[in-house]
Design a protein around this ligand. Structure first.
Ligand SMILES: Cc1cc2nc3c(=O)[nH]c(=O)nc-3n(C[C@H](O)[C@H](O)[C@H](O)COP(=O)(O)OP(=O)(O)OC[C@H]3O[C@@H](n4cnc5c(N)ncnc54)[C@H](O)[C@@H]3O)c2cc1C
Length: 408
């Protein structure tokens, strides 16, 4: 019997996972993988600051899906087929042990993304996946029950199944070849970026991390808590990155010009902080304000907040005028900053948007519009916050597509 052919488009995490698993599961399948650039697994290589944050140590689907601003309903079903536990075992079965860091991120014990690249490369070789570099797919045409593939360079290919794992494209026009096949594309927008605050005095505190701040985007319901890092251009850190992910679409719509409100002491609101201040005034009346910080705020930040409130840091608590105290409370709990522009977070960034999930079957990753056409990875309208969630999407969807194709 003639072998059926599968063409995987894209040599990234999702494409490799689909190609390897399909080839392993069905020896009667001839698996080809095409990559438009001259490099394979380039994002895996640079990911996680060169360490590759493979997945997240989260073993509850209900908890896991909360980390995906787009695609959580779809993944809720898909994770039943292949979850974090499966990723950990898949790599362990191939000799790659993952370790967990205190924030839940999982990395190879070698702390080197090359370990993951090597593992995936060994597997494509082991199962005979044929790889073609510098081959960009321009068009897919249906021909009877098969697909005719047109490349940018010369040549065509006829295959039985196609899995598109072409990743996220920053520009809508780059999705045109998928649109031409009848698929709806959710407009792309970058996700996981930091906030620019040009000229703001807060930038002078660059390098300071506040362990837990609450940041709200004014005029929206978007609010996040977590570590916040002050940089020389504005704000970064997990709290800001989470906001950028949840706000990816709305912040793109306002061209990254918006205002935020920061509560530097999220355990307090204006009322409870006032009570805390009264207590300090009573218990430490003679102490200088600069030396008695209401919570463990970094000293330079406390100094900055006093300056912003027009308070002489050598003033004693007992002498703090009520008007100045109110200003300080406002600056601690609800300080406003103007954001104009964004900066890509170098450790990890993704594109929100992509192939609409309404047109893809979560049990198989097959297109609901065209038969024998599958999708995997970031090309789908799925993206997660930082922490290994984006790779987990690539492994899960790549595996499901492989299983469905191999089973036919
Ligand atoms: C710097 C950086 C660090 C990151 N770190 C992490 C991390 O530590 N953990 C995490 O979970 N996520 C991380 N991410 C996100 C993660 O890398 C991506 O979500 C994931 O790689 C997506 O995999 P993919 O296979 O869907 O797409 P990609 O990795 O983008 O692969 C798609 C491939 O398809 C090729 N291609 C596109 N169009 C065509 C075409 N028409 N014909 C042929 N080939 C084509 C592209 O050249 C590309 O090689 C990071 C991202 C970046 C940019």
């Amino acid at each position: 019997m003639a072998k059926k052919k599968l063409l995987v488009i894209g040599g990234g995490a999702a494409g490799f996972f689909c190609a390897i698993n399909a080839a392993q599961m069905n020896a009667n399948l001839e698996v080809l993988l095409v990559e438009k650039s001259s490099k394979l697994l380039s994002k895996v290589k640079v990911s996680g600051g060169g360490r590759c944050n493979v997945t997240h140590s989260c073993f509850s689907i209900a908890e896991m899906i909360k980390k995906y601003p787009r695609g959580h309903h779809f993944l809720k079903k898909a994770f039943h087929h292949f979850f974090t536990t499966d990723t950990i075992s898949w790599f362990a079965d191939r000799g790659v042990i993952l370790k967990t860091e205190s924030d839940g991120r999982m990395f190879p014990t070698t702390d080197n993304s090359q370990t993951i690249v090597d593992c995936l490369m060994q597997q494509v070789n082991k199962f005979g996946v044929q790889i073609m570099l510098n081959r960009e797919v321009l068009e897919l045409l249906q021909q009877d029950n098969q697909w005719k593939i047109n490349f940018k360079s010369d040549g065509t290919l006829i295959v039985d199944f196609v899995c598109i794992a072409s990743g996220g494209y920053p520009k809508a026009i780059q999705f045109e070849w998928l649109k031409n096949m009848g698929h709806t594309i959710e407009a792309p927008a970058p996700s996981l970026f930091t906030f620019n605050m040009p000229g703001n005095t807060i930038n002078s505190l660059m390098g300071i991390t506040v362990e837990n701040a609450a940041v709200k985007i004014i005029g929206t319901k978007l609010q996040e808590n977590g570590p916040l890092l002050i940089t020389h251009w504005g704000m970064s850190g997990p709290c800001i990155l989470k906001l950028s992910a949840w706000g990816a679409k709305s912040l793109a719509a306002c061209n990254y010009n918006f205002s935020i409100m920061v509560n530097w002491l999220p355990d307090f609101n204006e009322q409870t902080l006032k009570e805390r201040f009264q207590q300090i005034r009573f218990e430490h009346a003679a102490q200088k304000i600069i030396n008695r910080n209401p919570a463990a705020l970094p000293h330079r930040l406390w100094q900055y907040l006093l300056q912003q409130s027009g308070i002489n840091e050598n003033l004693r608590w007992a002498h703090l005028p009520a008007k100045d105290q109110n200003k300080l409370i406002k600056n601690c709990c609800a300080q406003e900053f103007k954001v104009s522009g964004k900066t890509t977070f170098k450790e990890e960034f993704v594109t929100a948007g992509g192939v609409s999930l309404d047109e893809v079957d979560y049990n198989t990753m097959q297109s609901k519009i065209k038969p024998n056409l599958y999708f995997a990875g970031e090309v789908l309208d799925i993206d997660g916050v930082t922490g290994g969630f984006n790779f987990q999407n690539a492994w899960t969807t790549g595996f499901i597509a492989a299983k469905a194709i191999a089973g036919i």
